[in-house]
Ligand binder design. Structure first.
Ligand SMILES: Cc1cc2nc3c(=O)[nH]c(=O)nc-3n(C[C@H](O)[C@H](O)[C@H](O)COP(=O)(O)OP(=O)(O)OC[C@H]3O[C@@H](n4cnc5c(N)ncnc54)[C@H](O)[C@@H]3O)c2cc1C
Length: 292
């Protein structure tokens, strides 16, 4: 299995930032993943997977890990009765389209989540009151010691969180959906996408929601808005003028710019509302927010 060195992760994140991975490979089936996990274990090298990079900030200095990008068989989607079987590297959009064409509903919530099945399970991604935990039947997870199927409870799925750890690679997942006319699904998706376009910077380079919604009457976005942060810029990164819980790459942004912006937003929210915002975006490499 070919392993490359120095692949720039900026090519694999939707924000377009991030330095080189120590090692990078593109496995296409479970055997290749097993071989790569052994390869990394023999070198005591951490392993992390990049999906669509739509919820990722990778350190500018690079990431000292073997980074995997799943493809081939690991990105296939099949329909079997009311079950959708998807490789973890498959895009949510492909899954949704296959389900719609088969007259199966339940995955519509993912229409505007621009990630892969593996990233969706890792994050328990969700929108409009639904998330992966609501449709996931089981997921096949590999480690250097072998692989096995895990139920949602064993994956520990909760709000934008799973108990998966780096080094555990989701290979495949099965979703149980419900019969629904394709036309209804199409109409719902059209409406959800229009709502999304209205409220969020969908045509800009972002990584989705920056912070999780806190346990507070205001969402993270409304809180940052009330702090007057829309349009606030550091380097090439700016708080979206359209939605304050998004950071846009307004040209030449680095991960350091985005992290500095997050630190300032978090400081202001703490000062104004006494709330400690928790980041939703995943950090790859040596990254941390400044102390409050
Ligand atoms: C415009 C925009 C809108 C968004 N809207 C939403 C939304 O409404 N709701 C929402 O929840 N999210 C949203 N997001 C965030 C993001 O799309 C989701 O979190 C998505 O599920 C991430 O999937 P990904 O494949 O891009 O994962 P990545 O960002 O590539 O990775 C995220 C994490 O998952 C891990 N991972 C990925 N694949 C695997 C695998 N096969 N095995 C093990 N670990 C894996 C990575 O290591 C990383 O820790 C949005 C993002 C953007 C840019």
């Amino acid at each position: 299995m070919k392993v490359d060195e120095g692949v720039e992760l900026s090519r694999y994140t939707t924000l377009g930032t991030g330095g080189p991975a120590r090692a990078f490979a593109r496995p296409e089936n479970a055997d290749e993943v097993a071989e790569l996990l052994q390869w990394a274990a023999a070198r005591d090298l951490a392993v992390a997977v990049v999906g669509l990079g739509s919820n990722l900030l990778a350190a500018d200095a690079g990431v000292g890990a073997l980074v995997l990008k799943l493809g081939g068989e690991l990105a296939r989607v099949e329909v079997d009765g009311d079950v959708i079987r998807a490789g973890a590297g498959a895009a949510n959009a492909v899954c949704l389209h296959r389900a719609r064409d088969a007259g199966l509903g339940g995955f519509e919530f993912a229409c505007a989540i621009p990630g892969t099945i593996g990233g969706g399970i890792w994050m328990n991604a969700g929108a409009y009151g639904s998330d992966f935990s609501g449709v996931l039947e089981r997921a096949l997870v590999a480690t250097a010691d072998g692989s096995g199927w895990l139920a949602p409870a064993e994956l520990g799925l909760s709000y934008r969180h799973s108990e998966l750890k780096h080094g555990e690679v989701v290979l495949e997942a099965e979703f149980r959906l419900l019969p629904r006319p394709s036309e209804e699904i199409r109409a719902d998706v059209r409406e959800l996408n229009a709502r999304r376009k209205e409220a969020q910077p969908t045509s800009k380079r972002t990584f989705g929601s920056v912070f999780k919604n806190p346990d507070h009457e205001l969402s993270a976005g409304r809180m940052l808005d009330a702090c007057g942060l829309r349009g606030f810029t550091i380097g090439g990164a700016c708080i979206s003028p359209k939605h304050a819980n998004f950071i846009e790459n307004s040209g030449g942004a680095t991960t350091a710019d985005a992290v500095a912006l997050m630190g300032e937003a978090r400081r202001r929210a703490h000062e104004e509302f006494g709330v400690v915002l928790e980041h939703e975006v995943e950090f790859f490499g040596d990254l941390d927010l400044p102390d409050l």
